[in-house]
Design a protein around this ligand. Structure first.
Ligand SMILES: Nc1nc2c(c(=O)[nH]1)N=C([C@H](O)[C@@H](O)CO)CN2
Length: 121
């Protein structure tokens, strides 16, 4: 299976279960693995034939700015659904980290996989 990667993408959003968290933006850091057959793009050297990681990154930043969830679980699930629909992604793995949420941890968060890995992968 070929993957397009986005690593340590930082986005700012309103997120958290506590009242004080509803009044501020906090940083989330995302890692994504996006299943894509890269061979057509490589054969034609054509961005139009692959998943544009810059476009996906911009969409994620916009998504973060548009929403204010309580849980990182909700952020991850809703983002995964939106990306799969809008970019026709058959399978993805998404890690959402919330640095600083637990003082003694470098980060806490969730990792999900959604969709079906493409045939022959
Ligand atoms: N599994 C989760 N646990 C917790 C979450 C969460 O989103 N998922 N959120 C919080 C608070 O918002 C915390 O991040 C504030 O520091 C606590 N536990």
């Amino acid at each position: 299976m070929d993957l397009v990667l986005i690593e340590s993408l930082a986005v700012d959003t309103v997120i958290g279960v506590y009242d004080w968290e509803r009044t501020i933006t906090q940083r989330l850091v995302l890692d994504l693995e996006l299943a894509t057959d890269i061979r057509p793009a490589a054969a034609g050297d054509d961005i139009a034939l692959t998943l544009d990681y810059a476009a996906v990154s911009e969409r994620i930043a916009a998504f973060a700015g548009e929403h204010d969830f309580a849980l990182v679980e909700t952020f991850a699930e809703r983002l995964a659904t939106a990306l799969r629909e809008e970019f026709a992604i058959a399978w993805l793995r998404l890690t959402v980290r919330k640095p600083g949420a637990v003082a003694a941890a470098a980060a806490v968060g969730v990792r999900i996989e959604r969709g079906t890995p493409p045939e022959g992968s």
